[in-house]
Design a binder for this molecule. Sequence first.
Ligand code: HEC
Length: 136
Amino acid sequence: MDASRKRPRGLPALLAMAVLLTAAAFHAGQSDPTKEELMRVKKSYAHRLLDAVVLQDYPTIREEAFRLKAVAETEDWNISTDEVYVRNTDAFIRAADSLMKAADTKNAEGTALAYMDLTLQCVQCHRHMKESSRLP
Ligand code: HEC
């Protein structure tokens, strides 16, 4: 009867499930994270990113850069409407984009430079926060 027509019923179902699970995990991770949690995950992504850049592990570079970008795009990240903070966040997101692009083209130099740019944004934003909180 129908035996010669192999319908790959399993694969689409599996794919659909994978998509759903990924979406669920993404949401679970983002459902109202406290600011501290947010900053903590940022740190661990950044550490894994450095390892990946050094080892030229492009898929991991891409993944961690994507996560950092996602973190910087959450509402909780926007703790300040201060112009410098906003500009710093934009530069941070752009550096994460450059990292992903460099990882896509397996550009070792490009990933190293974008990583440095990203790190510079970490330091600059933190320095700015420290300095501005010292003001009366
Ligand atoms: C645009 C601003 C900005 C950028 C860019 C940024 N941070 Fe932060 N970071 C913050 C803010 C705001 C906090 C929370 C400070 C607070 O409320 O104590 C924070 C907190 C942290 C903390 C926790 C500090 C603590 O008191 O325990 C760490 C660690 C940290 N950031 C690391 C990083 C790293 C690593 C990067 C780069 C990958 C980075 N940050 C980029 C704004 C920024």
